[in-house]
Design a protein around this ligand. Structure first.
Ligand code: APR
Length: 169
């Protein structure tokens, strides 16, 4: 129950849905996007092609194919341009819209990566504070989503999210 923060590789998680930090084409890329597509197999890209992209902050769902997760929820995060181009609102929308979609599909368990803090260069501490607040707020009124796991790929990310969760408590 609640928000768990741990170190790991999101492609290994046997949850109802894993979230992909995608780009707007939804046609794959590097980072966690590349890892998820590699683990899911070519059927994932084939389904993504039918979705015709996704706007920043919005979310679209596909099956998980060879992944242990049933679904992949793709959400393009904002690129960091210094903080004056609505990046914070867009990043929050990624978490909120991904969780809304998970609810629509009756998911009980969802795993997130640290959206936008890699290639998109969003400052880690600011992103972590937004993510933790958005997830904890959502969980207060969620009907089907019971457990959200923030899967951190390195120790710096893990520390930032744990600090953000402690600061909010
Ligand atoms: N499991 C969990 N987290 C991962 C994994 C993984 N297997 N691989 C990478 N990450 C982490 C990164 O270390 C980072 O903390 O995911 C976080 C997000 O980094 P990126 O994958 O670079 O995503 P983002 O910053 O949102 O940039 C998205 O990068 O890969 C492209 O197609 C993608 O254009 C899009 C852009």
């Amino acid at each position: 129950m609640g928000l768990h923060i741990e170190r790991g590789d999101i492609t290994t998680y046997a949850v109802d849905a894993i979230v992909n930090a995608a780009n707007c084409t939804l046609l794959g890329g590097g980072g966690v996007d590349g890892a998820i597509h590699r683990a899911a197999g070519p059927e994932l890209l084939a389904e993504c092609r039918t979705l015709h992209g996704c706007r920043t902050g919005q979310a679209k769902l596909t099956r998980g194919y060879r992944l242990r997760a049933n679904y992949v929820i793709h959400t393009p995060g904002p690129v960091w341009y210094g903080g004056c181009k609505g990046e914070a609102q867009a990043l929050r929308a990624c978490y909120e819209n991904a969780l809304r979609l998970a609810e629509e599909y009756g998911c009980e368990t969802v795993a997130f990566p640290s959206i936008s803090t890699g290639v998109y260069r969003y400052p880690l501490d600011q992103a972590a504070a937004i993510a933790v607040d958005a997830i904890e707020t959502f969980l207060k009124t969620a009907r089907s989503v019971r457990t959200v796991t923030m899967v951190c790929f390195d120790d710096a990310t893990l520390a930032a999210y744990r600090t953000a969760q402690a600061a909010r408590a």
